[in-house]
Design a protein around this ligand. Structure first.
Ligand SMILES: O=C(CO)[C@H](O)[C@H](O)COP(=O)(O)O
Length: 221
């Protein structure tokens, strides 16, 4: 699976969102990552369906929505209508995970599941074969620009084995603290899709940074 780079607009300049997304597209981004936060599951507030709709009108790239909200099922219809392509929910707030993933697919979106860093992978074992995307959080969710939690590398390797054992073709995505330094370790552990906010939007040349991240993921030792 080739490396996919998903810039997280959490770190973009919201006053210039259309330009920032055009820059990501021109830089070769594979999808646009949108972090939806409710101030309850995580201590921060961000976007709702109206912003997803605005992003949809700016780009033809897939929109990868990461829901950091309690009762995520309340928003599935709105995000599907707004044009989200992937909808990822947290197991910690999804007691009926099987039903919730099925509903995301029913609405025409790809179904993703994710875990906080301290939540064990075993919580996803039963649904691994049904996932379109498994997201490993490598920071505690809520804010961009945090330091990569090194123990995530081993969790990625175990997630890779779990997906392979289930015969799943899900993308294995990593989110949090992805830089030119950390991306290679994650790729070697078996991840293929990388969310990056700060590394891209705080770079001197954000457009070039997308290619730099991709190249860094491919370097051999
Ligand atoms: O989900 C997130 C925060 O909860 C962000 O997508 C993530 O933190 C990306 O930001 P950065 O690359 O700056 O760490």
């Amino acid at each position: 699976m080739p490396t996919k780079i998903a810039p997280s607009i959490l770190s973009a300049d919201f006053a210039r969102l259309a330009d920032e997304i055009a820059m990501c597209e021109a830089g070769g981004a594979d999808m646009i990552h949108v972090d939806v936060m409710d101030g309850r599951f995580v201590p921060n507030l961000t976007f709702g369906a109206k912003v997803i709709d605005a992003v949809r009108r700016c780009t033809a790239l897939p929109i990868d929505v990461h829901l950091m909200v309690v009762e995520p099922e309340r928003y599935f219809d709105d995000f599907a209508k707004a044009g989200a392509n992937v909808c990822t929910i947290h197991v910690e707030v999804s007691p009926h995970l099987d039903r919730q993933l099925a509903r995301i697919k029913e609405l025409g979106m790809q179904a993703g599941a994710t875990l906080n860093p301290a939540t064990p992978l075993v919580t996803l074992e039963e649904v691994a074969r049904d996932l379109d995307l498994l997201l490993i959080m490598s920071v505690n969710p809520g804010f961009g620009g945090q330091r990569f939690l090194e123990y995530s590398v081993d969790k990625i390797a175990r997630a890779r084995r779990m997906l392979d054992a289930a015969g799943s073709r899900a993308l294995l995505e990593v989110d949090g603290g992805i830089t030119r330094d950390t991306i290679l370790r994650c790729r070697r552990a078996g991840a293929d899709t990388f969310v990056a906010g700060n590394a891209i939007f705080a770079a001197a040349d954000p457009r070039a940074e997308i290619a730099a991240l991709r190249n860094a993921s491919l370097e051999t030792a």
